[in-house]
Design a protein around this ligand. Structure first.
Ligand code: NAD
Length: 268
């Protein structure tokens, strides 16, 4: 029998995850989502066939996994409202909320719980996410596998064994989509300066990013080797890469990710 999974919150991130689970064959009847938004719940029940309710505590009563997917600002209040139901049932807690530690969530929920904390990213909304996961000491191997199944429904999963490393995950993949959006903007602008229509430059830039990532994921070579493979001596790519290296691209990424991780530490 499939584990019963309850999502507290039925917004973008929750619906991306349960939508991906259902698309991957997870039974919709084993999924419950809660929200105060009655219209949203009616639509989800009709479209996806999941159970829905506006009663968070009731939704936890038979859950094996509770996914906390509300905004961080209201998480404390939501957790405190769930405390009795969670302590009675003791399900695995999975949080996708930015910046709240496993310890904090555990305390708000009454303590002594198995908690998995995730750092997903926005491409999860199109099934191409990258999530970093951390499990506290009470999480069993079977629960780890379950958490992996949930987050793999929206992309790839990497586990870290030290919660502080989620700050590094934030710096690489959590905030990472925006770095690539900036690169796409810059490449489009550069193409326009060289005479291309903006729409053409954008399509070429985006497809090139997608193609490079796909090629790097499928290749047996690392990205450095793939880069060298397209840099013929004295050729066009070599000129461009030297210009980026001379301009300090690597140092810029090191500084940007350090600043990002430092900010994540401040917010935790
Ligand atoms: P969202 O606003 O789309 O969804 C929040 C949901 O919570 C809504 O369905 C809302 O009706 C519901 N809600 C509000 N009050 C509630 C209550 N008292 N009880 C139950 N449900 C309630 O937000 P989102 O983008 O899905 O973000 C949810 C979490 O995911 C956040 O903690 C955020 O940090 C995390 N996250 C989101 C993304 C992303 O790409 N959207 C990326 C990383 C992390």
């Amino acid at each position: 029998m499939a584990s019963q999974v309850t999502f507290i919150g039925a917004g973008n991130m929750a619906s991306a995850i349960f939508g991906g689970m259902i698309d991957n064959g997870y039974p919709a009847t084993a999924i419950t989502a809660t929200s105060p938004d009655a219209e949203r719940l009616t639509a989800l029940a009709a479209e996806r066939g999941i159970h829905t309710t506006d009663d968070n505590a009731a939704a936890v009563a038979e859950a094996d996994v509770v996914v906390l997917a509300v905004k961080p600002q209201i998480m404390r209040e939501v957790c405190e409202g769930l405390r009795d139901a969670v302590q009675a049932r003791r399900p695995l807690i999975v949080s996708v909320a930015a910046g709240l530690t496993a310890e904090t969530l555990d305390t708000w929920l009454g303590g002594d719980l198995a908690v998995v904390r995730c750092m997903p990213n926005t491409p999860s909304l199109v099934g191409a996410g990258a999530s970093g996961l951390y499990a506290n000491a009470r999480v069993s191997d079977a629960q780890r596998e379950l958490a992996t199944t949930l987050l793999e429904a929206v992309g790839i999963v990497e586990w870290v064994d030290d919660e502080a490393l989620l700050e590094a995950v934030t710096a690489v993949s959590g905030s990472g989509p925006a770095y690539f959006f900036l690169v796409f903007e810059a490449l489009e602008e550069a193409g326009v300066r060289l005479g291309l229509p903006a729409a053409t430059a954008r399509r070429l830039a985006l497809q090139t990013g997608l193609g490079a990532a796909t090629m790097a994921q499928r290749s047996e070579h690392d990205p450095a080797q793939l880069r060298r493979n397209v840099m013929s001596p004295g050729g066009t790519t070599e000129r461009a890469i030297h210009s980026l290296e001379d301009g300090g691209l690597r140092e810029l990424f090191a500084d940007a990710t350090e600043a990002c991780a430092a900010r994540a530490r401040e917010m935790a």
